[in-house]
Design a protein around this ligand. Structure first.
Ligand code: PHB
Length: 390
């Protein structure tokens, strides 16, 4: 090759490379948000989408030179659909990140796809401990039921609750809640006199609650997924269980901010343990709640919303740290170890487990300015997921 030809070839190669990398930088950074927008968990999808859009409105839609494109897909609360939509997002849309995942079976169905395609998968809702072990590409910004339930297993026996019946939805998070609550309650000298499980789909609580009434425990501990709490509360009160001296306790999923204000005064005094309350008294949270309510009139953000909001933050910061490069392994590395103040309080993505370390609060339903809220009265700081086996 003559010198001039060689130079031309080199110049061409440099030009092409520059063009390719300029294209990569200029092209959209795609986030595939797969959520239950319809079906049993529709309120979760509505909350997370609203929070993700709020985060983008507040932080701009261009990050490190890349335009952020949010592609929202409705999995109709059916795990096979979550998997198919995620596959399409990876193969056809070439998304840089998958996010959302309203229920545990949807997260498990998608995990192998994240691994095969090396696509970071930000779990913003699903809360069974073992989810993060299903793929090294999963990062979680929600919580785990083990994290929340252990706090209640410590609080209850110190507050006169010794004999308990547990009632949980019969799938991953319910089984975790039952197990970790019981272990801690028994360790503290309490007793679980019966453990009841209700189906996830369309449960009828009536026969279970009748059984609890007959057993006369000090308290009934409940886990049902976000959106199902109001039905439990209604039937609990209609059957006069509170008047029969049975207290209702559980993880904060049952006194969901999405529903609590419509549950009526019968809910007053119910104590739950959880990682987020819309009444969390911090400046960051006040600002979040105000902005969320302004952008979504008639809605109050719940713990699902905060999982979505913080998930977007984790993605944005990873994109900044990697200077706009969209490649999966680099993004994943930049998600691990992030530490920041969330509307829920301090939050940390454990680099080893890729799971969230956060405060768990004890809260009581109270009236604040005429509205029902979960008012925090105690805190267990920096709780790691107790459900991790490694
Ligand atoms: C889950 O399916 O993992 C799940 C859903 C809703 C909740 C908690 C956990 O409130």
């Amino acid at each position: 090759m003559k010198k001039r030809q060689f130079l031309n070839a080199t110049a061409l190669a440099v030009l092409t490379l520059t063009a390719v990398s300029a294209f990569a930088q200029d092209s959209a950074f795609k986030i595939g948000l797969v959520l239950p927008m319809t079906g049993q968990q529709a309120s979760t999808g509505r909350q997370i989408e609203a929070a993700a859009r709020l985060y983008m409105a507040q932080n701009g839609d261009t990050v490190a030179g890349r335009k952020i494109e949010l592609i929202v897909k409705d999995d109709t609360t059916i795990p096979d659909v979550t998997k198919r939509l995620s596959q399409e997002l990876i193969v056809n849309d070439k998304v840089n990140v998958l996010a959302g995942f309203g229920i545990t079976p949807s997260a498990f169905a998608t995990a192998p796809l994240a691994t095969q395609s090396k696509t970071p998968m930000v779990v913003m809702a699903a809360a069974t401990s073992s989810i993060t072990q299903a793929s090294p590409y999963i990062v979680r910004t929600s919580f785990t039921l083990a994290q929340a339930a252990v706090a209640m297993g410590d609080w209850a026996p110190k507050n006169g609750i010794k004999k308990v019946v547990t009632l949980v939805s019969d799938y991953g998070p319910g089984i975790d809640a039952e197990k970790y609550f019981k272990e801690r309650l028994v360790f503290n000298g309490g007793q679980v006199i019966d453990s009841l499980r209700v189906p996830l789909r369309g449960p009828d609580f009536a026969p279970f609650l009748q059984k609890v009434r007959d057993l006369k425990p000090d308290a009934l501990f409940v886990f049902v997924p976000s959106g199902a709490g109001a039905a439990v509360m209604k039937q609990f009160l209609e059957r006069g269980m509170d008047k029969a001296g049975i207290k209702l306790i559980g993880t904060g999923d049952i006194t969901d901010d999405d529903q609590i204000n419509d549950m009526g005064d019968g809910a007053l005094g119910v104590v739950t343990s959880h990682h987020y309350s819309a009444a969390h008294p911090s400046a960051v949270n006040k600002k979040f709640v105000q902005a969320f309510e302004k952008a979504n009139p008639g809605m109050r953000p719940n713990f699902m919303a905060v999982g979505g909001y913080d998930g977007m933050r984790v993605i944005y910061e990873a994109l900044k740290a990697t200077k706009g490069k969209g490649d999966g392994p680099a993004l994943l590395a930049a998600m691990k170890g992030q530490i920041f103040e969330s509307p829920r309080g301090p939050m940390f993505i454990d680099a080893q487990t890729r799971d969230v370390v956060q405060n768990i609060y004890l809260r009581k339903v109270e009236k604040v300015n005429g509205q029902l809220f979960n008012v925090e009265f105690d805190v267990i700081k920096d709780v790691k997921d107790p459900g991790k086996t490694k």
